[in-house]
Design a protein around this ligand. Structure first.
Ligand SMILES: *Cc1c(COP(=O)(O)O)cnc(C)c1O
Length: 423
């Protein structure tokens, strides 16, 4: 393949169009969501615990359906994924000064939720799975560690066997941030169901969505009571939850999910398996089609610990050098393939710890140190996780958009072939 066949050098682009925005659930919104919302409005039932008329709560129905889908006994719906993490951390009984290990690659909400709840985020390396590196986690456990926050990034599971074993060995809680991997699994178990709590987001970019929303799931009733107590200042007086004693209440927040959102979330949950099937088929075709070219270019796919369980929202591969990654992303974009970098030092992206200024600078509401004044001194720096930065800066990310036809997937494969062969 000659370099001048590349679209970046004036050749014809492999793909006829840039794909539509990657919004799997968002793009699938249809008549069912519309009807569900209209029904809530007509019934004047916009609040979870009562309406202007009698009738069922869609939020409660969504929770029952979510429990069934995940095969867990307890779920509480909240207003965002960040709130679902805060409820999960309340669920495990996080206290001021407790350390929680978080990965270097995750949306800033993960460490922010820890700090908001009074904990101290400890940042650990990710490996070529782009999820927590168990060896680095082991080295960062101290007597103050309360929990490991596992984040299943970009649709795929973390190394759960190793991380669960570490948690057991050191008597730590395991919090699963499943915001980006709803419906994915690990060895037949749904992500979010293996830790002490599983936290999900229904924000508009996630696999299924109600615009903004979240869910926290767990299997232990006492954990669940703490989750629901954080989510509603008077949770103990509400119907439909495990009984709370009057003395059991804590000062809390109001993080409730609105009925309009619950109605949409319930319909979207019904779309989840169909979306996953569509994305899995497309990702497999892309991987099979580009495998040889990637190998010839000296690159490798992101390690996926359970291929069958991968939600398949994204295809990520590593190239040998940053220069090649730079060139590949630009050349792929010229082919109308929506390739992106995962890390550039000068391009702010709050998925990478080096850009988490609020955390690295220990910013709080006063200058007295916030959660950091409670624990042992912790130091952060932009280069504290060098292998994560190395991997992320050599990564090329391509959305696996369920709206692309299989013909368009073939065009993407042709474009990948062209660019990888030119490296
Ligand atoms: C989106 C996301 C969150 C936060 O969810 P919101 O609904 O936006 O609050 C947390 N963690 C990860 C990994 C996410 O991708």
């Amino acid at each position: 393949m000659k370099r001048n066949d590349l679209a970046i050098h004036g050749g014809k682009p492999s793909c006829n169009r840039m794909p539509p925005r990657m919004l799997p659930g968002g793009n699938s919104i249809g008549k069912e969501e519309e009807d569900a919302v209209i029904d809530v409005v007509r019934r004047k039932r916009l609040f979870r615990f009562y309406g202007a008329t009698d009738g069922p709560s869609r939020v409660a129905e969504f929770e029952r359906a979510f429990c069934q889908y995940m095969d867990v006994p307890y779920a509480i719906s909240v207003n965002t994924g960040t709130s679902s993490l805060m409820c999960g951390l309340a669920g495990i009984g996080l206290e001021p000064g407790d350390e929680v290990i978080v990965p270097a690659y995750t949306w800033i909400s993960s460490p922010a939720a820890v700090a908001i709840m009074g904990g101290i985020p400890i940042i650990a390396e990710v490996d070529e799975t782009l999820t927590l590196d168990p060896a680095d986690v082991a080295g960062k456990i101290t007597p103050r560690t309360k929990a490991i926050m596992v984040v299943h990034m970009r649709g795929a599971s973390a190394r759960m066997d190793e991380l669960l074993a570490l948690a057991r060995e050191h008597h730590l809680y395991l919090v699963e941030d499943t915001a980006q991997s709803c419906g994915a699994s690990y060895k037949g178990k749904k992500l979010g169901t293996m830790g002490d709590v599983g936290c999900f987001s229904l924000q508009f970019q996630k696999i299924i969505t109600c615009g903004d929303g979240g869910v926290t799931i767990c299997s232990n009733v006492d954990t669940f009571k703490r989750c629901i107590m954080l989510h509603d200042v008077v949770a103990g007086t509400r119907e439909g939850f495990p009984r709370l004693a009057p003395d059991d209440l804590r000062p809390a927040m109001n993080l409730r999910m609105p009925e309009l959102s619950g109605a949409v979330a319930l319909v979207q949950l019904g779309r989840l398996d169909g979306l996953l099937t569509g994305m899995r088929q497309r990702k497999q075709a892309m991987k099979n089609g580009m495998r040889d070219a990637l190998q010839s270019a000296g690159g490798s796919f992101r390690s996926i610990v359970d291929e069958k369980g991968d939600a398949s929202i994204a295809l990520i591969f590593f190239l040998p050098s940053i220069d090649q990654t730079d060139f590949a992303v630009k050349a792929l974009r010229a082919e109308n393939i929506d390739a992106t970098f995962l890390y550039r030092p000068d391009c702010v992206d709050n998925h990478v710890y080096a850009h988490w200024r609020a955390i690295l600078n220990k910013q709080t509401w006063t200058d007295r140190g916030g959660p950091w004044r409670w624990g042992e001194p912790v130091e952060y720096s932009r280069d504290m996780c060098p292998s994560s930065l190395d991997l992320l800066s050599r990564a090329v990310h391509i959305d696996v958009n369920p709206l692309l036809s299989m013909e368009e997937i073939d065009q993407i494969v042709a474009g990948l072939d062209k660019v990888l062969n030119a490296l």
